[in-house]
Write a protein that binds this ligand. Sequence first.
Ligand code: HEM
Length: 406
Amino acid sequence: MNSPARDESAVAADALDLRDPYPYFAARRGETGVFHGTVMDYSKTPESLRPKDTYAAVSYAAVSAALRNNRVFTSKLYDSTIGVFMGPTILAMSGSAHKAHRALVTTAFRPQSLLRWEPEIVRPICEALIDEFAERGRADLIKEFTFEFPTRVIARLLGLPEEDLPFFRKAAVAIISYADKVPRALQASNDLKEYFLERIEERRSTPTEDIIGDLVAAQIDGEKLSDEAIYSFLRLLLPAGLETTYRSAGNLLYLLLRHPEQFAAVQQNRDLVPQAIEEGLRYETPLTLVQRYVTEDAELEGTAIPRGAVLDLCLGSANRDETRWDRPEEFDIFRSHTPHISFTAGAHTCLGLHLARMETRVAVECLLDRLRNFTLLLEGDPHISGQPFRSPNTLPVTFDIAAPHR
Ligand code: HEM
């Protein structure tokens, strides 16, 4: 068993290049699958939210094994981080409580709903956004498209009235930047609670066919969700469902724009969109890190981890593991299919993965059907950056119109 030689918790922030953390991940992976330290950049995190003792899993095998052992590596620690802003959610639950709650909220994401959402909600939203900038021949795809489409999709899926979109957008931005601006996020969290409580009450008297309506009606063995469980879950959808989706769509578009031959192949053949999405999620994982609390002295891939430590599971590093992929440092939509771990694995596997894939596919299809001859402009230095969330801040492009909105 390897025993940790030094506390490296402080090392990561210096060693991590937020534009390209991958050489750091590769170097650590080359030494061992699990090390004493962190892959997190805590430089902007308030002291009170920083864990005292951290370990990091960086190989695919270590990340995957830890995700599948929820008893020893529990997500309970989210109660004292993201839970401060979201409230008690399935993300931080374990065992039978997690199973029961997850079963109740899963009813709102059934496959039949997904089939309906594509033509009724997602495609019209993407088309309408493209209408807003198509004639101009240029746009910033992050500000005008990739952030806006999942925001509008979630608002519609929740059944929120059109006029509430500005409030919802503002609260979403505040709550997903909770690590940078704590008081603003706490205020947004409270505003959303009050707002969702009203929507829940409305649906109790007049049932509706939307996610809030489904959650109000959800019942298993006579068990229903409490108001607190419902509004906490709805708030969780902002970082879980909105932020990840907008970042992964931005990453994919950036990667395609940077690889024009692969972009041209997708533009010619839309059947390539799903595999381009998977390769984008592998190569530039939008959420590079999830964390677990260690409930008992454990061993992971030969490294001893003491009870009470926080374990980083570095999805971004696992997705570049050279023992699982050939040429992992290359973006190649034509590579043979080997599943990535961007949606994690085990009990907490992303609940919205089918929705995320559908939304991203429809967004890319709409862009490529309507527009062509994309050129990435270098003004504003577009690039992917960040840790644990990664994406470009700007994606200025010019294009021609390929087809008008039908
Ligand atoms: C590309 C887009 C997405 C990515 C990369 C992603 C990634 C993830 C990851 C990594 C987790 C596990 C977190 C952990 O175990 O600590 C997760 C959980 C979750 N995701 Fe997603 N997600 C995406 C889209 C969505 C969407 C669109 C929704 C819903 C609208 C959603 C809802 C959830 C929920 C509710 C959980 C908690 C599941 C549980 O704890 O049982 N996600 N997601």
